[in-house]
Ligand binder design. Structure first.
Ligand SMILES: NC(=O)c1ccc[n+]([C@@H]2O[C@H](COP(=O)([O-])OP(=O)(O)OC[C@H]3O[C@@H](n4cnc5c(N)ncnc54)[C@H](O)[C@@H]3O)[C@@H](O)[C@H]2O)c1
Length: 318
Protein backbone atom coordinates (compact mmCIF):
# COMPACT_ATOMS: atom_id res chain seq x y z
CA UNK A 1 0.00 0.00 0.00
CA UNK A 2 1.13 3.57 -0.66
CA UNK A 3 0.53 5.93 2.25
CA UNK A 4 0.88 9.73 1.97
CA UNK A 5 1.39 11.22 5.44
CA UNK A 6 1.29 14.94 6.18
CA UNK A 7 3.38 15.67 9.26
CA UNK A 8 5.22 12.35 9.00
CA UNK A 9 7.81 13.43 11.59
CA UNK A 10 5.26 14.44 14.24
CA UNK A 11 4.02 12.35 17.14
CA UNK A 12 1.13 10.57 15.43
CA UNK A 13 2.47 10.78 11.86
CA UNK A 14 5.84 9.17 12.65
CA UNK A 15 4.30 6.45 14.83
CA UNK A 16 1.91 5.50 12.05
CA UNK A 17 4.66 5.76 9.40
CA UNK A 18 6.91 3.35 11.32
CA UNK A 19 4.07 0.79 11.49
CA UNK A 20 3.43 0.97 7.74
CA UNK A 21 7.15 0.71 6.94
CA UNK A 22 7.52 -2.29 9.26
CA UNK A 23 4.93 -4.26 7.29
CA UNK A 24 6.39 -3.36 3.88
CA UNK A 25 4.18 -0.46 2.78
CA UNK A 26 5.60 2.65 1.08
CA UNK A 27 5.35 5.99 2.84
CA UNK A 28 5.63 9.56 1.58
CA UNK A 29 5.92 12.32 4.20
CA UNK A 30 5.58 16.05 3.78
CA UNK A 31 6.64 17.92 6.93
CA UNK A 32 7.91 21.45 7.54
CA UNK A 33 9.30 20.54 11.00
CA UNK A 34 7.24 23.20 12.78
CA UNK A 35 6.82 20.73 15.66
CA UNK A 36 8.19 17.47 14.21
CA UNK A 37 11.47 15.88 15.34
CA UNK A 38 13.86 14.68 12.66
CA UNK A 39 14.88 11.76 14.86
CA UNK A 40 11.29 10.47 15.06
CA UNK A 41 11.87 8.47 11.86
CA UNK A 42 14.98 6.71 10.61
CA UNK A 43 15.78 6.49 6.90
CA UNK A 44 14.17 3.54 5.14
CA UNK A 45 14.21 2.43 1.50
CA UNK A 46 10.40 2.66 1.36
CA UNK A 47 10.28 6.14 2.91
CA UNK A 48 10.33 9.32 0.82
CA UNK A 49 10.50 12.48 2.91
CA UNK A 50 10.03 16.01 1.64
CA UNK A 51 10.66 19.09 3.76
CA UNK A 52 7.78 21.30 2.69
CA UNK A 53 4.45 22.77 3.71
CA UNK A 54 0.90 21.71 2.95
CA UNK A 55 0.00 25.38 2.48
CA UNK A 56 1.71 25.10 -0.93
CA UNK A 57 -1.08 23.65 -3.10
CA UNK A 58 1.27 23.02 -6.06
CA UNK A 59 3.73 20.99 -3.97
CA UNK A 60 0.91 18.95 -2.45
CA UNK A 61 -0.66 18.27 -5.84
CA UNK A 62 2.61 17.42 -7.60
CA UNK A 63 3.75 15.01 -4.88
CA UNK A 64 0.30 13.42 -4.66
CA UNK A 65 0.32 12.88 -8.44
CA UNK A 66 3.85 11.43 -8.49
CA UNK A 67 3.43 9.16 -5.45
CA UNK A 68 -0.10 8.00 -6.28
CA UNK A 69 -1.21 7.11 -2.73
CA UNK A 70 -3.96 4.67 -1.81
CA UNK A 71 -4.42 6.35 1.56
CA UNK A 72 -3.76 9.82 3.03
CA UNK A 73 -3.10 10.23 6.76
CA UNK A 74 -3.41 13.96 7.39
CA UNK A 75 -1.75 14.80 10.72
CA UNK A 76 0.00 18.11 9.90
CA UNK A 77 -1.42 20.95 11.99
CA UNK A 78 -0.61 24.35 13.45
CA UNK A 79 -1.24 24.94 17.16
CA UNK A 80 1.95 26.36 18.69
CA UNK A 81 0.83 29.91 19.38
CA UNK A 82 -2.76 30.69 20.45
CA UNK A 83 -2.36 34.24 19.08
CA UNK A 84 -1.11 33.11 15.66
CA UNK A 85 -4.51 32.93 13.97
CA UNK A 86 -2.87 33.42 10.59
CA UNK A 87 -0.81 30.20 10.75
CA UNK A 88 -3.68 28.20 12.24
CA UNK A 89 -6.10 29.36 9.52
CA UNK A 90 -3.52 28.83 6.79
CA UNK A 91 -2.26 25.37 7.80
CA UNK A 92 -5.39 23.86 9.36
CA UNK A 93 -7.88 25.48 6.98
CA UNK A 94 -6.17 26.14 3.62
CA UNK A 95 -3.59 23.35 4.07
CA UNK A 96 -6.28 20.77 4.80
CA UNK A 97 -8.33 22.02 1.82
CA UNK A 98 -5.24 21.55 -0.39
CA UNK A 99 -4.59 18.02 0.85
CA UNK A 100 -8.25 16.91 0.66
CA UNK A 101 -8.82 18.40 -2.81
CA UNK A 102 -5.67 16.86 -4.24
CA UNK A 103 -6.44 13.47 -2.62
CA UNK A 104 -9.87 13.47 -4.28
CA UNK A 105 -8.39 14.47 -7.64
CA UNK A 106 -5.85 11.64 -7.54
CA UNK A 107 -8.29 8.89 -6.57
CA UNK A 108 -7.24 8.32 -2.94
CA UNK A 109 -9.35 5.51 -1.49
CA UNK A 110 -9.30 6.57 2.16
CA UNK A 111 -8.52 9.81 3.99
CA UNK A 112 -7.81 9.90 7.74
CA UNK A 113 -8.22 13.16 9.67
CA UNK A 114 -7.61 14.14 13.32
CA UNK A 115 -9.89 16.63 15.03
CA UNK A 116 -9.52 18.23 18.45
CA UNK A 117 -12.06 17.61 21.22
CA UNK A 118 -11.99 21.40 21.70
CA UNK A 119 -14.44 21.47 18.78
CA UNK A 120 -17.07 20.84 21.49
CA UNK A 121 -16.20 24.07 23.29
CA UNK A 122 -14.84 24.73 26.76
CA UNK A 123 -18.05 23.85 28.57
CA UNK A 124 -19.36 20.63 27.03
CA UNK A 125 -23.02 19.98 27.80
CA UNK A 126 -22.42 16.34 28.73
CA UNK A 127 -19.78 14.03 30.19
CA UNK A 128 -18.76 11.88 28.51
CA UNK A 129 -19.18 13.88 25.31
CA UNK A 130 -21.07 11.92 22.66
CA UNK A 131 -20.69 12.26 18.90
CA UNK A 132 -24.10 14.03 18.85
CA UNK A 133 -22.77 16.95 20.91
CA UNK A 134 -23.03 20.28 19.02
CA UNK A 135 -19.85 21.59 17.43
CA UNK A 136 -18.95 24.89 19.13
CA UNK A 137 -15.29 25.62 18.46
CA UNK A 138 -15.46 29.37 19.11
CA UNK A 139 -13.11 29.20 22.13
CA UNK A 140 -9.75 29.13 20.35
CA UNK A 141 -8.08 29.67 17.02
CA UNK A 142 -6.81 26.07 16.91
CA UNK A 143 -10.30 24.57 17.36
CA UNK A 144 -11.88 26.99 14.85
CA UNK A 145 -9.30 26.20 12.18
CA UNK A 146 -9.29 22.42 12.80
CA UNK A 147 -13.09 22.46 12.45
CA UNK A 148 -12.73 24.36 9.18
CA UNK A 149 -10.35 21.60 8.01
CA UNK A 150 -12.78 18.88 9.10
CA UNK A 151 -15.51 20.53 7.04
CA UNK A 152 -13.28 20.57 3.94
CA UNK A 153 -12.68 16.85 4.40
CA UNK A 154 -16.47 16.34 4.44
CA UNK A 155 -16.88 18.58 1.39
CA UNK A 156 -14.28 16.63 -0.63
CA UNK A 157 -16.46 13.59 -1.26
CA UNK A 158 -13.58 11.35 -0.16
CA UNK A 159 -14.11 8.17 1.85
CA UNK A 160 -12.94 9.60 5.19
CA UNK A 161 -12.41 8.58 8.80
CA UNK A 162 -11.93 11.24 11.48
CA UNK A 163 -10.59 10.56 14.94
CA UNK A 164 -11.56 13.24 17.46
CA UNK A 165 -8.92 13.32 20.20
CA UNK A 166 -8.55 14.79 23.66
CA UNK A 167 -4.92 14.32 24.81
CA UNK A 168 -2.71 11.97 22.82
CA UNK A 169 0.68 11.65 24.48
CA UNK A 170 3.83 9.54 24.59
CA UNK A 171 7.55 9.68 23.92
CA UNK A 172 7.04 11.80 20.77
CA UNK A 173 4.70 14.29 22.44
CA UNK A 174 5.85 17.93 22.17
CA UNK A 175 2.78 19.74 23.52
CA UNK A 176 0.89 19.95 26.78
CA UNK A 177 1.82 18.93 30.32
CA UNK A 178 3.84 15.71 29.83
CA UNK A 179 7.00 17.20 28.20
CA UNK A 180 6.64 20.34 30.35
CA UNK A 181 6.60 18.30 33.60
CA UNK A 182 9.59 16.23 32.45
CA UNK A 183 11.74 19.17 31.38
CA UNK A 184 10.99 21.24 34.52
CA UNK A 185 11.48 18.33 36.91
CA UNK A 186 14.80 17.45 35.25
CA UNK A 187 15.96 20.96 36.13
CA UNK A 188 14.52 20.79 39.66
CA UNK A 189 11.95 23.49 38.79
CA UNK A 190 8.52 23.73 40.38
CA UNK A 191 5.51 22.87 38.20
CA UNK A 192 1.93 23.95 38.45
CA UNK A 193 -1.15 21.81 37.96
CA UNK A 194 -4.78 22.81 37.63
CA UNK A 195 -7.78 20.86 38.83
CA UNK A 196 -8.54 19.94 35.22
CA UNK A 197 -9.10 16.30 34.31
CA UNK A 198 -8.08 14.87 30.97
CA UNK A 199 -8.45 11.69 28.95
CA UNK A 200 -4.82 10.79 28.20
CA UNK A 201 -4.27 8.24 25.43
CA UNK A 202 -1.07 6.72 24.07
CA UNK A 203 -0.07 7.70 20.51
CA UNK A 204 1.02 4.10 19.84
CA UNK A 205 -2.50 2.83 20.64
CA UNK A 206 -4.06 5.43 18.33
CA UNK A 207 -1.59 4.56 15.56
CA UNK A 208 -2.67 0.89 15.59
CA UNK A 209 -6.28 1.96 15.04
CA UNK A 210 -5.22 4.38 12.29
CA UNK A 211 -3.52 1.51 10.43
CA UNK A 212 -6.74 -0.53 10.70
CA UNK A 213 -8.76 2.44 9.38
CA UNK A 214 -6.29 2.76 6.49
CA UNK A 215 -6.95 -0.89 5.66
CA UNK A 216 -10.66 -0.08 5.36
CA UNK A 217 -12.02 -0.64 8.87
CA UNK A 218 -14.66 1.82 10.11
CA UNK A 219 -16.14 4.88 8.45
CA UNK A 220 -17.00 8.41 9.55
CA UNK A 221 -16.29 10.05 12.91
CA UNK A 222 -14.89 8.38 16.06
CA UNK A 223 -13.77 9.45 19.48
CA UNK A 224 -10.38 7.93 20.25
CA UNK A 225 -10.64 7.79 24.00
CA UNK A 226 -9.76 5.62 26.99
CA UNK A 227 -13.24 6.32 28.38
CA UNK A 228 -11.71 7.65 31.63
CA UNK A 229 -10.51 11.09 32.67
CA UNK A 230 -7.75 11.57 35.24
CA UNK A 231 -6.54 14.59 37.20
CA UNK A 232 -3.50 16.40 35.75
CA UNK A 233 -1.92 15.75 39.16
CA UNK A 234 -2.00 12.02 38.38
CA UNK A 235 0.06 12.66 35.26
CA UNK A 236 2.52 14.68 37.35
CA UNK A 237 2.84 11.81 39.82
CA UNK A 238 3.32 9.32 36.97
CA UNK A 239 6.23 11.42 35.62
CA UNK A 240 7.79 11.72 39.10
CA UNK A 241 7.55 7.93 39.54
CA UNK A 242 8.96 7.22 36.07
CA UNK A 243 11.88 9.57 36.78
CA UNK A 244 12.40 7.77 40.12
CA UNK A 245 12.60 11.08 41.99
CA UNK A 246 12.63 10.87 45.77
CA UNK A 247 13.03 14.55 46.35
CA UNK A 248 10.89 16.76 44.11
CA UNK A 249 8.96 20.02 44.38
CA UNK A 250 5.29 19.77 45.31
CA UNK A 251 3.33 21.27 42.39
CA UNK A 252 1.37 24.47 42.92
CA UNK A 253 -2.37 23.95 42.35
CA UNK A 254 -3.95 26.78 40.35
CA UNK A 255 -7.52 27.52 39.30
CA UNK A 256 -8.46 26.74 35.72
CA UNK A 257 -7.42 29.36 33.17
CA UNK A 258 -10.18 31.14 31.23
CA UNK A 259 -9.39 29.12 28.09
CA UNK A 260 -9.08 25.77 29.87
CA UNK A 261 -11.82 23.13 30.22
CA UNK A 262 -12.51 21.40 33.56
CA UNK A 263 -12.78 18.01 31.88
CA UNK A 264 -12.80 16.69 28.37
CA UNK A 265 -13.96 13.11 28.34
CA UNK A 266 -14.99 11.58 25.04
CA UNK A 267 -17.43 8.68 24.70
CA UNK A 268 -15.59 5.87 22.85
CA UNK A 269 -18.66 3.61 22.27
CA UNK A 270 -18.59 3.89 18.47
CA UNK A 271 -14.83 3.23 18.38
CA UNK A 272 -15.25 0.07 20.44
CA UNK A 273 -18.21 -1.11 18.37
CA UNK A 274 -16.37 -0.77 15.04
CA UNK A 275 -12.71 -1.40 15.99
CA UNK A 276 -13.19 -4.00 18.73
CA UNK A 277 -10.92 -4.12 21.74
CA UNK A 278 -8.69 -1.08 21.41
CA UNK A 279 -5.45 -1.27 23.40
CA UNK A 280 -5.24 1.35 26.14
CA UNK A 281 -1.76 1.74 27.62
CA UNK A 282 -1.68 2.78 31.28
CA UNK A 283 -0.61 6.29 32.33
CA UNK A 284 2.34 4.78 34.25
CA UNK A 285 3.59 2.99 31.13
CA UNK A 286 3.11 6.07 28.92
CA UNK A 287 5.12 8.17 31.40
CA UNK A 288 7.84 5.49 31.59
CA UNK A 289 8.45 5.18 27.82
CA UNK A 290 8.46 8.96 27.53
CA UNK A 291 10.93 9.47 30.39
CA UNK A 292 13.13 6.67 29.02
CA UNK A 293 13.33 8.28 25.58
CA UNK A 294 13.82 11.84 26.82
CA UNK A 295 16.54 10.87 29.27
CA UNK A 296 18.47 9.35 26.33
CA UNK A 297 17.62 11.76 23.50
CA UNK A 298 16.42 14.96 25.15
CA UNK A 299 12.99 16.54 25.26
CA UNK A 300 11.74 19.23 22.89
CA UNK A 301 8.61 21.32 22.69
CA UNK A 302 6.36 21.96 25.62
CA UNK A 303 4.06 23.95 23.31
CA UNK A 304 0.56 24.75 24.45
CA UNK A 305 -2.48 26.32 22.86
CA UNK A 306 -3.54 27.64 26.29
CA UNK A 307 -2.85 31.38 26.51
CA UNK A 308 -2.08 31.54 30.22
CA UNK A 309 0.24 28.55 30.31
CA UNK A 310 2.04 29.84 27.25
CA UNK A 311 2.50 33.28 28.84
CA UNK A 312 4.07 31.59 31.84
CA UNK A 313 6.46 29.56 29.69
CA UNK A 314 7.47 32.71 27.76
CA UNK A 315 8.04 34.67 30.99
CA UNK A 316 10.48 32.03 32.16
CA UNK A 317 12.19 32.00 28.74
CA UNK A 318 11.61 28.27 28.12
N1 LIG B 1 -1.82 15.19 20.32
C1 LIG B 1 -3.02 15.53 20.73
O1 LIG B 1 -3.34 15.49 21.91
C2 LIG B 1 -4.07 15.96 19.73
C3 LIG B 1 -5.34 16.32 20.20
C4 LIG B 1 -6.30 16.70 19.28
C5 LIG B 1 -6.02 16.70 17.94
N2 LIG B 1 -4.78 16.36 17.51
C6 LIG B 1 -4.49 16.40 16.07
O2 LIG B 1 -3.76 15.22 15.75
C7 LIG B 1 -2.83 15.48 14.73
C8 LIG B 1 -1.47 14.95 15.11
O3 LIG B 1 -1.03 15.57 16.32
P1 LIG B 1 0.42 15.28 16.89
O4 LIG B 1 0.30 15.14 18.34
O5 LIG B 1 1.07 14.23 16.10
O6 LIG B 1 1.12 16.68 16.58
P2 LIG B 1 2.64 16.96 16.18
O7 LIG B 1 2.88 18.41 16.38
O8 LIG B 1 3.53 16.01 16.89
O9 LIG B 1 2.69 16.61 14.63
C9 LIG B 1 2.29 17.51 13.62
C10 LIG B 1 3.31 17.42 12.50
O10 LIG B 1 2.89 18.27 11.42
C11 LIG B 1 4.02 19.03 10.97
N3 LIG B 1 3.52 20.25 10.35
C12 LIG B 1 3.01 21.36 10.96
N4 LIG B 1 2.67 22.28 10.05
C13 LIG B 1 2.94 21.75 8.83
C14 LIG B 1 2.81 22.24 7.50
N5 LIG B 1 2.33 23.46 7.24
N6 LIG B 1 3.18 21.41 6.48
C15 LIG B 1 3.69 20.17 6.73
N7 LIG B 1 3.85 19.68 7.97
C16 LIG B 1 3.48 20.46 9.01
C17 LIG B 1 4.85 19.26 12.22
O11 LIG B 1 6.18 19.62 11.95
C18 LIG B 1 4.71 17.91 12.90
O12 LIG B 1 5.69 17.02 12.44
C19 LIG B 1 -2.90 16.98 14.46
O13 LIG B 1 -3.69 17.19 13.32
C20 LIG B 1 -3.58 17.54 15.69
O14 LIG B 1 -4.33 18.71 15.38
C21 LIG B 1 -3.79 16.00 18.38
Amino acid sequence: MKVYITGGYGQVGSTVAAMFLARGDSVFSIDNFATGRRDNLVDHPNLTALEGSIIDADVVDKTMEEFGPDVVIHTAASYKDPEDWYSDALVNGVGTANVAKSAKKHGVKRFVYFQTALCYGLHPKEQPITLDHPIEPDNCSYAISKTCGENYVHLSGLDWVTFRLANVIGERNVSGPLPIFYSRLSEGKKCFVTEARRDFCYAGDLAKVVVKASDGMGSGTYHFSSGKDVAIRELYDAVVNAMKLNDYPEPEVRPLGPDDAASILLDPSRLRADFGDVEITSLADIAQVSVDRWSREGVVGGYTHLKEARGEIRKEGQ
